[in-house]
Design a binder for this molecule. Sequence first.
Ligand SMILES: Nc1ncnc2c1ncn2[C@@H]1O[C@H](COP(=O)(O)OP(=O)(O)OP(=O)(O)O)[C@@H](O)[C@H]1O
Length: 237
Amino acid sequence: MQNQISVQHYVAAFGKRVILKDVSFSIPSGQLTVVLGENGAGKTTLIKAILNAYLQPKSAADEVNGIEVSTKKLAYVPQFRDLGSDYPLSLAAFVGLAIRQKGWPFLTKKEKGRVQEALALVDLTDLKDLPLSKASGGQKQRAYIAQALAQNPDLLILDEPTAALDAKHSQEVVSQIRNAQQKKGMGVLWISHDTSWVKDFSDNYLWLHDGQAEFGSVDSLPDAARSIHQEEVNDVN
Ligand SMILES: Nc1ncnc2c1ncn2[C@@H]1O[C@H](COP(=O)(O)OP(=O)(O)OP(=O)(O)O)[C@@H](O)[C@H]1O
């Protein structure tokens, strides 16, 4: 199976503080990999390095800090985005914004179809005309995910997309993303502190701990990775 991300001897350090020590792993294409690790383990640092490797011009992208990203289109949904209470666009227009061609004011029929499909994947079809500023936190989060999905990425990176959602809506987003990932055959790299769904809805885990990165199938997810996170989630609740 082809790898979408290959990391060889990557080191993350801030001054003398080493966060990740010489880590190596590969993330296969077309699968859902959940990134686990306690607060401060280096998850966001690693994701930033992966995004940088993707964004570098081709000549430099082959190996940036030992990271190679082999994907044509990457979409990223950050952890928190506040678009303000006067944001003027509807959910559908917001989703369409990401795929509208430069210099062309209208979406083509095909592009409109992509917007509709992305909204349907996160169950927002009925709310498509709602101004984004009036949407609830969970609806906004789903709109951000729909905007990423409408770009038809080969690789979707999500930074805790369910962090602000209650258990019911979290579960819905998890299964919507899993459905979209399987339907589109895309890779998903998903930072999560909630491990309750991981065994049933993902393929692999990448566990960052003690400066190391451990990759494996979710069938062999270590209890230590699972329980630490459950405790964190329970603490918050
Ligand atoms: N620009 C920076 N300068 C100095 N230290 C940093 C910088 N960015 C991150 N760190 C430190 O690196 C460590 C890893 O941070 P990172 O945000 O990657 O952790 P994380 O696993 O994403 O944590 P969380 O679960 O809390 O989001 C933390 O101790 C953080 O304070």
